[in-house]
Ligand binder design. Structure first.
Ligand SMILES: Nc1nc2c(ncn2[C@@H]2O[C@H](COP(=O)(O)OP(=O)(O)OP(=O)(O)O)[C@@H](O)[C@H]2O)c(=O)[nH]1
Ligand SMILES: [Mg+2]
Length: 327
């Protein structure tokens, strides 16, 4: 299932929504005062119900999203909070329609339609004002959810490592995306996705925020985004370590993180050293995003590992279908 949070509509604040509905009603006419009032109320009813329905139905069923998106939404905005806001909109929808039906009946029997209409306006506005916080939250959630990447279904390399080791520099060198590179840790906070051609195949590269060596329960929301990419999106992991420690973190701690990642995720992990222009350690492939040295070697290695992974997956699919046929 595709999930594109960028397609969520902008949400009006309470006063904007009230304005919109009442302004539309102000343009409505009728043969007499009573008919005019009834037409106005029915316009308000349509504007509000269309609006609430459009917002509510623009959101997917969050519990049924693929794991990656569901957990991403939860880390970025919180699914419980989102559901609470959407429930509030549903409540406001029902409340306003109920009020409108009641005032429609009143209008039909009154001699003073203007007075009844005025009362209706007041009650409707007050219901909408009650959900102002929720409308504001939904708008903020929409903004925040822009940070959730839309992933494509293709071989995927997730680049991980300590902060400031050169992950973004690598991804910028080899793929179509140009994440910000800076000389301080936690430069990358969102997930960046770039694409590259490798051996006639398109490969997805995901640049992630830096990870520290600490238990999952202690990880902040930014680090958790990286973990979700490793868990759900990766066919293989490129772990970048910086032996020069110019990133500001001890090599030893980076190696501990590597051990942790290898233990946690059951997929191939390629280890490469960054900043090869600054050191001579070569017990793992080393590359420099500055001079270009070693980049092709790392790419060939990735290509080979991905090929193995995909062969293995194809084999498993074949085995499964044989098993189904035999069973
Ligand atoms: N000398 C040298 N410096 C590099 C190399 N690659 C990256 N750097 C520098 O290292 C710093 C961090 O680079 P980034 O690519 O932003 O590192 P990152 O791992 O994405 O950092 P976070 O997003 O903060 O986790 C920057 O100042 C880069 O210019 C390299 O190959 N050689
Ligand atoms: Mg970065």
């Amino acid at each position: 299932m595709e999930f594109n949070p960028r397609k969520l509509p902008t949400v009006l604040y309470a006063d904007e929504l009230i304005d919109k509905a009442f302004r539309r009603a102000s343009k409505v006419s009728g043969r007499n005062q009573k008919e005019k009032a009834i037409n106005k109320l029915s316009t308000i009813s349509n504007v509000l119900s269309n609006y609430f329905q459009r917002i509510i139905s623009s959101h997917p069923s969050y519990d049924n999203l693929p794991d990656f998106y569901r957990e991403m939404v939860d880390v970025v905005v919180g699914i419980r909070r989102l559901k609470k806001s959407l429930a509030a909109l549903k409540w406001a929808d029902e409340m306003t329609q109920k009020l409108i039906s009641r005032y429609m009946r009143k209008l039909k029997g009154t001699r003073n339609p203007d007075q009844v209409l005025k009362e209706a306006y007041g009650r409707i506005a007050s219901v909408i004002e009650q959900i102002d916080d929720e409308l504001r939250f939904l708008n903020k959630a929409k903004q925040k959810m822009r940070e959730i990447p839309t992933l494509r279904d293709m071989p995927t390399v997730v680049v991980a490592g300590y902060p400031n080791v050169g992950k973004s520099s690598f991804v910028a060198t080899v793929s179509s995306v140009k994440p910000e590179v800076a000389s301080y840790p936690f430069t990358t906070k969102a997930i960046y996705v770039g694409y590259a051609e490798m051996g006639g195949r398109k490969v997805q590269f995901i640049d992630t925020p830096g990870l520290l060596d600490r238990p999952l329960s202690k990880r902040n929301a930014i680090e958790r985004r990286a973990i979700l990419c490793l868990r759900y999106a990766a066919n293989c992991i490129l772990f970048i370590a910086d032996p020069t420690e110019t990133c500001g973190y001890p090599f030893k701690k980076q190696k501990r993180l590597l051990g942790e990642i290898k233990r946690t995720f059951d997929i191939p992990v390629i280890v490469a050293y960054s900043k090869a222009d600054l050191h001579n350690l070569r017990d793992n492939p080393a590359f420099s995003a500055v001079t270009g040295e070693g980049i092709d070697e790392v790419l060939s290695l990735i290509e080979k590992v991905l090929e193995d992974v995909l062969d293995k997956e194809a084999q498993e699919v074949a085995n499964d279908s044989t098993a189904v046929q035999e069973g």
